[in-house]
Unconditional design. Structure first.
Length: 133
């Protein structure tokens, strides 16, 4: 079986990270105890994501902040970390024992203070979140 060099590279190169795409977000919030609250209208990751290698790169014109809620291997809430400013990229130190995370994305200003589905789609297009595979 003949195989070109470019085919071999494509087969052997493995991505080490994965993007958290727009389909992985929903409108809800997270309580101080780390539980989902659908009465809060923010943008959060629908499911817990891998906490290892988490980075968030904001677009140049983004006006968002991020809070990361960390959970242990049993999905029990541990703590949170917040971005230092609305446009700083986020590369947090993962707390000891954290295996999972949930992102909460908040715009700096929103007319009514509640995020609609359409607004959520706009906001998740202003950053790229990645985690280790």
């Amino acid at each position: 079986v003949a195989m070109s060099a470019s085919s071999l590279v494509a087969v052997t190169r493995q991505e080490k990270t994965v993007d958290i795409g727009w389909t992985n977000y929903r409108v809800a919030g997270v309580t101080e105890a780390g539980k989902i609250d659908t009465s809060i209208k923010e943008t959060i990751t629908s499911d817990l994501i891998n906490a290892k290698g988490l980075t968030v790169d904001f677009d140049e014109d983004a006006n968002l902040s991020i809070v990361v809620h960390y959970y242990d291997e049993d999905k029990q809430y541990l703590s949170e970390a917040t971005s230092s400013a609305y446009t700083d990229d986020f590369d947090a130190t993962v707390p000891d024992g954290a295996e999972y995370a949930r992102l909460v994305i908040t715009p700096k200003s929103d007319e009514d203070g509640e995020i609609s589905y359409a607004e959520m789609l706009k906001y998740v297009g202003q950053f790229t979140a990645t985690v280790d595979k």
